[in-house]
Ligand binder design. Sequence first.
Ligand SMILES: *Cc1c(COP(=O)(O)O)cnc(C)c1O
Length: 433
Amino acid sequence: MPMSPDFEKRLNEKLPKIIDRFGTPFHILDEKGIREACSRLSIAFEGFDGYRNFFAVKACPRFEVLKIVQSMGMGFDCSSPAELKMVREIGARPEGIIYTSNNTPLSEYIEALSYGGCILNLDDDSFIKKVTAIKEISGMPERLCLRYNPGDIRGGENEIIGEPTEQKYGTPHERIVAAYRLAKEAGVKYFWLHTMIASNTLKVDYIAETARMLLNVLVLLKKELGIEIEAINIGGGMGIPYHPNVDVFDIIGLTNKISQIMVDFSGKLGYFPRIVSEMGRYVTGPSGVLVTRCINKMHKYKTFIGVDASMSANPRPAIYSTPKEECYHHISVVDRASSETEVVNVVGSLCENNDQFAKERVLPVINEGDPLIIQDTGAHALAMGGPYNARLLPQELLSCVDGSVRLIKEAETYEDYVKTQRRAMNNPQILTF
Ligand SMILES: *Cc1c(COP(=O)(O)O)cnc(C)c1O
């Protein structure tokens, strides 16, 4: 089930007025839906002392969204200096920020550990020495997280992220004990352990087994080094159903399984670590949609519905060509009196043939001028966009719980698009030979 029937109903009622005021295309996020997803997580993890989700900022880096998830008690998972700056700008506290490194330049650690610091999550054991050696920071922070890659201990779950042995992330199993030993020697007092080996999965068992895998590493670390890990970070990757025939991720099923697994381990471990997660897609994915309008209906070898948004506003269908489910975004047409349907391709205006939101899709008959709703764009969709072909990014709106609809990001303008070029031209920096 893609966007919730509740969001769909509220949006459809308001759509004519919203289009009147703001025009198309626009991306709209639903505050109520985002809050409900946060609550579902809190309820599911109620029995886990110290549980917290650190919202993956990259899923939807918008101040108004970050403020909503923050008000629901979430922290943030950041992976770039700009993401760090955004969450600090809205007052995120050091204990509420994880900085997940990933081929990270040293300058970023300085940024991450300034302003009171944050929980550093190091991708590779080689970074421990590198961070310790940075002059501008006074040694390793007291609390450190390391990212683990199980290698061929686990099979891959899906195509987005691939087999663990093919992934660029994490310290290999063979070196994980040595890595914690090194961190301990570097002065770290509180240890976390992180992994993320699945993306957009709906398989509860896979994530539960990932928790078991981390607990096995905890047993190893206790045995080898005598350290007790403060928290296991099960990452993000909990999926959403893009297709109407697919069920939602069973979050209660997951926490039931994890609590059973925790009980199994309590004897072996002698303590219960905190559990934290970094879900992004699960929190905002279904609560965002792209509203666009048919501007050209064309009959070629196929029937094309040309809309006023392009894949620059949602590259997912173009990026994830396999498996097929990954590139599917449900599309609805508002207020169809007739039940007549036809098979169409829904396309944007880029000079790029993969600029197609849907291929050979059965949809109600669409005419020029009709609005279409491209669903589940609240995470890793617009956030992945960019102005290729100088197709500028659309405006973004928030449907608020008080019933109002607010502009939260203007449409990019031509001036926005050329300003970095203009600055360089107006302020020449030339190296002559
Ligand atoms: C992308 C990412 C996430 C969030 O993934 P979702 O699929 O949005 O849940 C969490 N943690 C890390 C390290 C990531 O790279």
